[in-house]
Design a protein around this ligand. Structure first.
Ligand code: 16G
Ligand code: ZN
Length: 533
């Protein structure tokens, strides 16, 4: 049975705050770091049980609140192949987190173990990490108490990025098998990525310096190690690496700032030269935004859609050049937030699917292609190569030197890309590879297509739960009648498109609008917002 006494005495040290309801949402638990102590303790126990349920496979726990303000924190679980926690367990996590006191927690735990049929005699193995938030250390201690309470074998991966933690989980679980993902250490990750990158850019013209805005977060640490591994092959300048300056994290910098403000982080205005490529990571380095200033000093953003367009078109070309056309099918997955111009550009070249917001939807849809490229406009995304595709790439016999070269590039891309989850550093190397192969400047990349003017607004409503969507969030089914009114408005705008969806991370409803002219996109967004309010 459960080690009731150990859990009981430790649980008493991590009481649940009264009057707080926790929810395991799209991004795990996420709220003010100062109220998460009990959640971390209980998540430690849950992680141990998840591992036992999966026969002792390694489960990951990441303590981060990503692009959110510094006082926030959060925690999410990572399943054995490095993917997000199976969604059926999200409700269990929520239930356990909300048990009001130790006796209630123990009985909820007992019921959970029984209904889920967890064999408690199995071993439990967990690896965990955190970002640079000041609240992280204490939260990790609470997590460790939870792990101790269930007797889990725990490994502390320290302060590192979310994608590196996902990598570690997969690497630990595949160690010594034919699917070995890489050495199970941060060093192993760096070697794998930098090794593949060097092979992919060998023989190409030297790459001009890249500036990285680290959002004053954990990307500064991993970025510095990566820069060292890359040496001259990719000259990197790290900016916004103030990880111990209070309040600096994600403040006026980072991928989310760039995407939502559509402007240069002020701290870069004196260092970024016109024409130079720059990119921003978010607070846990799983989102990436590129941008540059033109000769007139004007800011241009290259978001997740532009990355998808660049990368998907490149992979399609390589597949063709390798002689694998028709044998390996490449597809793209987007959300309703994808700029209409990107969807048009991509759909002219390959299949494109639209799914609801959230990494798990994108990831699962991408798994249906031989090679699935998914990126959210906000800069989160990756490329998945199906197991059969990887086998094909390994066994395929090219018949010309050109085919052989293209095949080699595809094999190296499999190594370069973090297939467990979107990874800003891995995606950045991927972008740099494509730019090097195409000899594109940032401006040339930008000119693949022109973004349609768009506007995103958030509306505070009484109850966002009355907003229900269908068709990958592009249509409202509730409240009744509202979609008809939106459609009527949209019809009056040239190139108009708009949709409304409840946020999964904030207590608001989001309104997105596009039109041929910027002022019209703004007007449409505000008029639709007026309908919602
Ligand atoms: C979370 C999601 C992200 C999504 C965002 C939407 C994960 C790991 N992250 O950050 O994919 O774009 O939520 O937020 O799933 P919203 O529902 O508030 O618009
Ligand atoms: Zn993030």
């Amino acid at each position: 049975g459960l080690p009731v006494e150990a859990i009981e005495s430790l649980s008493e040290q991590h009481p649940k705050p009264v009057d707080v309801h926790f929810q395991y949402g799209t991004a795990g638990f996420r709220t003010l770091g100062s109220i998460l102590d009990s959640v971390l303790f209980r998540v430690g126990i849950l992680a141990g049980l998840r591992s036992k349920k999966l026969d002792g496979k390694v489960i990951g726990v990441m303590v981060t609140a990503s692009h959110n303000p510094e006082p926030d924190n959060g925690v999410k679980l990572v399943d054995p192949r490095g993917e997000m926690l199976e969604s059926s367990w999200e409700v269990h996590a929520t239930t356990l987190a909300n048990a009001p006191d130790t006796p209630a927690f123990l009985s909820a735990l007992d019921a959970f173990v029984k209904t889920t049929k967890i064999d408690l005699s199995k071993p439990a193995r967990v690896v965990y990490a955190r970002d640079t938030r000041p609240s992280g250390g204490a939260l990790v201690s609470a997590l460790e108490d939870g792990l101790k309470a269930v007797g889990a074998e725990a490994r502390d991966a320290g302060t590192t990025t979310t994608p590196i933690l996902h990598y570690l989980v997969r690497a630990m679980n595949t160690k010594g098998t034919k699917d070995e993902y890489g050495e199970d250490s941060e060093e192993g990750y760096m070697q794998k990525l930098s090794g593949a990158f060097k092979k992919l850019v060998a023989g190409k013209a030297p790459i001009s310096p890249l500036l990285i805005d680290c959002a004053n977060g954990v990307g500064a640490l991993a970025g510095a190690v990566l820069a060292e591994h890359l040496g001259d092959t990719l000259p990197i300048t790290l900016e916004n690496g103030a990880i111990s300056t209070p309040g600096a994290l994600n403040d006026q910098c980072g991928a989310d700032f760039v995407k939502t403000q559509q402007k240069l982080p002020p701290s870069l205005s004196s260092v970024l030269k016109p024409g130079q490529r720059a990119c921003s990571l978010d607070g846990d380095a799983d989102r990436l935004m590129y941008y540059y200033l033109d000769e007139r000093g004007q800011f241009h953003m290259l978001d997740g859609d532009k990355i998808a367009a660049l990368v998907a078109a490149f992979i399609v070309e390589l597949v063709k050049a390798a002689g694998l056309e028709g044998k390996i099918n490449v597809g793209v997955v987007q959300t309703a937030y994808a700029n209409g111009a990107s969807t048009k550009y991509l759909a002219e070249r390959l299949p494109v699917k639209c799914v609801p917001t959230g990494v798990k939807h994108l990831h699962h849809a991408a798994e249906h292609y031989d090679v699935g490229v998914y990126f959210e406009a906000n800069g989160h995304g990756t490329v998945l190569f199906s197991p059969e595709t990887q086998d094909k790439l390994t066994s395929y016999q090219p018949s010309t030197p050109a085919q052989s070269t293209a095949l080699g590039h595809l094999r190296n891309l499999v190594q370069l890309i973090n297939q467990t989850v979107g990874d800003a550093l891995s995606d950045m190397l991927l972008v740099e590879v494509v730019l090097a192969h195409k000899s594109y400047s940032a401006e040339e990349w930008d000119s693949l297509y022109s973004d349609k003017p768009n506007r995103l607004v958030k509306v505070v409503v009484k109850d966002r739960n009355i907003f229900k969507t269908e068709d990958a969030e592009r249509k409202l089914v509730s409240p009744p009648g509202l979609q008809v009114k939106i459609d009527e408005l949209v019809r009056r705008y040239d190139g108009g498109r708009s949709f409304v969806r409840p946020s999964g991370t904030e207590d608001v409803v989001r309104v997105y609008a596009e039109a041929t002219v910027k002022s019209q996109a703004d007007e449409l967004a505000f008029r639709v917002a007026g309908l919602v309010y």
